[in-house]
Design a protein around this ligand. Structure first.
Ligand SMILES: Nc1ncnc2c1ncn2[C@@H]1O[C@H](COP(=O)(O)OP(=O)(O)O)[C@@H](O)[C@H]1O
Ligand SMILES: [Mg+2]
Length: 158
């Protein structure tokens, strides 16, 4: 089950492997300066998607811990750094600057869980990935991002 129009793509992810496959598809499309906002409640699958994406982009089974307490984990891929952030425990949006995330938005691939904590530091062209429980699986809604990125993604996961 999937749907695409110019502004939104929705896909049903029947199990965790389908979520991981979306991560792998994303890994193939992202480039330096791209930001992915991972939205949805605790347990939605945000970290699961990020882990699959990071491993696919690195090309190895890297240990990818949830950045719950460190707030940020960074990884060096061949051509680009990947920043994985979990901002649930961010105390103030300006802590984004202390973490160096604003610079990373320009130069790295950034995956951000709990992006509502970014306040005014939200990068304008970010791809929004919203995960919602549906039955035993998840519904995912993709909005924003580079138009060519979402089009390529829709094709990859069709
Ligand atoms: N499409 C899916 N269907 C069912 N379970 C899923 C799906 N995607 C991920 N999960 C499961 O959801 C659980 C929570 O995932 P996690 O990534 O830790 O959530 P979050 O980071 O959003 O809190 C994991 O056990 C994962 O396997
Ligand atoms: Mg998480």
């Amino acid at each position: 089950m999937s749907g695409t129009d110019s502004s939104e793509t929705t896909v049903f992810l029947a199990n965790e492997d389908a979520t991981a496959a979306l991560g792998v598809a994303l890994a193939g499309q992202l480039r330096a300066g791209d930001c992915v906002l991972l939205e949805g409640p605790i347990g939605a699958g945000k970290s699961h998607l990020a882990r699959a994406l990071i491993r696919a982009r690195l090309g190895r089974m890297e240990d990818v811990p949830s950045p719950t307490f460190t707030l940020v984990q960074t990884y060096q891929a061949d051509d680009v750094e990947i920043w994985h952030a979990d901002l649930y425990r961010l105390s103030h949006p300006d802590e984004v600057l202390e973490l160096g995330l604003d610079d990373a938005f320009a130069s790295a691939i950034c995956l951000v869980e709990w992006p509502d904590r970014l306040g005014g530091h939200l990068p304008p062209d970010a791809l929004r990935v919203r995960l919602m429980a549906q039955g035993d699986g998840r519904m995912v809604q993709l909005t924003g991002g580079r138009p060519d990125l979402r089009a390529a993604l829709a094709k990859a996961i069709a």
